[in-house]
Structures are given as structure tokens and as C-alpha cells.
Design a protein around this ligand. Structure first.
Ligand code: AMP
Ligand code: ZN
Length: 148
């Protein structure tokens, strides 16, 4: 948590926005997060939920911050549905350049949706069932024990 953006990273556009050095159109802020309109929206009303502190990707974000993200996304998504008169929204977030992450400061997209197909999601090809168990095992053996 920080209120003075103590961990701001030079050259990071979202750290600059959090510090008020680059303008943004904000819809929400608290001690941990800011939310502002995306400058290149996927749909009208697309905004971003951004921690004030700089964490590059999801795996860098403390659980204490992540625990607050979904309740906030729920409330802001609900506000978007009411305020924009839309019936749904997507939550999206990208981790790593290979996954399409362009801004190296972790963030969640909230994308209001008006019609099916507005953003094209392609269905995947059917899995190769001779490989799938081995792919799964490579993930499973790295899952940490469940915490109580
Ligand atoms: P991602 O590809 O998940 O890293 O998404 C980065 C998002 O940040 C994109 O949707 C951009 O349009 C958005 N973005 C980049 N710079 C700004 C900015 N200065 N103000 C608002 N949104 C921005
Ligand atoms: Zn940053």
C-alpha cells in the first residue's frame, strides 16, 4: 500500500498517471488503486483498474492487493452497467509481452459489452488428447500447496 507512490518506476506511464504527472480521466481512486478511462478503448466505456504501486505482472502482485481487486472490479463493473446502460462486461488482464501486455505495470481491463461479437473471441482448436495429460502434469507439479 502507498499513498505517495513511493515505488514509482521512472518511465512507467501508469506510475506517472498514479502520481498525477500524466493526465487521466479518473472514475475511482482509493489508497491502493486508481481507475481511469483507457485511451484506446476496445468498446465505449473501457477503463482500467491499476494499483498505485508498480508490479510488473500478476505474479508480482501481493495477495493482499489482489484480494481487493475482484470486489473493486465487481463494484466498478456494476457502476458501468448502470451508468452506461449495458448488460455485461469483460474483465481482461494480460501478463507478459507474449500475452499482449503492453504496459509493464499490472492492471485489469473492464470492458463494457453491448453486443455479442463486438470483440472477436476465437474458439480454440480441439485439444490433442495424447498430449493433454502431460501438459496438465507440467502445471500440476508446480502448483503450491493450498493454504488454509
Ligand atoms: P495491456 O496491453 O494489457 O498492457 O493494456 C494497456 C492498455 O493501456 C491499453 O488498452 C492502452 O490503450 C492503455 N493505455 C496506454 N497508455 C494509456 C494512457 N496514457 N491513458 C490511458 N490508457 C492508456
Ligand atoms: Zn508503474
Amino acid at each position: 500500500m502507498s499513498t505517495d507512490n513511493a515505488k514509482a518506476v521512472e518511465g512507467c506511464v501508469f506510475c506517472q498517471i498514479a502520481a498525477g504527472r500524466i493526465p487521466s480521466i479518473r472514475i475511482y481512486e482509493d489508497e491502493n488503486f486508481i481507475a481511469f478511462m483507457d485511451i484506446s478503448p476496445q468498446t465505449e466505456g473501457h477503463f482500467l483498474i491499476v494499483p498505485r504501486d508498480h508490479y510488473p505482472t500478476l505474479t508480482d502482485v501481493p495477495d493482499s492487493i489482489l484480494a481487493k481487486v475482484l470486489p473493486l472490479a465487481k463494484n466498478l463493473g456494476d457502476a458501468a452497467m448502470t451508468g452506461l446502460g449495458v448488460e455485461g462486461f469483460n474483465l481482461l488482464q494480460n501478463n507478459g509481452a507474449v500475452a499482449g501486455q503492453a504496459v509493464d505495470h499490472w492492471h485489469m481491463h473492464v470492458i463494457p459489452r453491448r453486443e455479442a461479437g463486438e470483440i472477436p473471441f476465437k474458439a480454440g482448436a480441439p485439444a490433442d488428447l495424447t498430449k493433454l495429460p502431460f501438459v496438465a502434469e507440467n502445471i500440476r507439479i508446480n502448483v503450491p500447496p493450498t493454504r488454509a
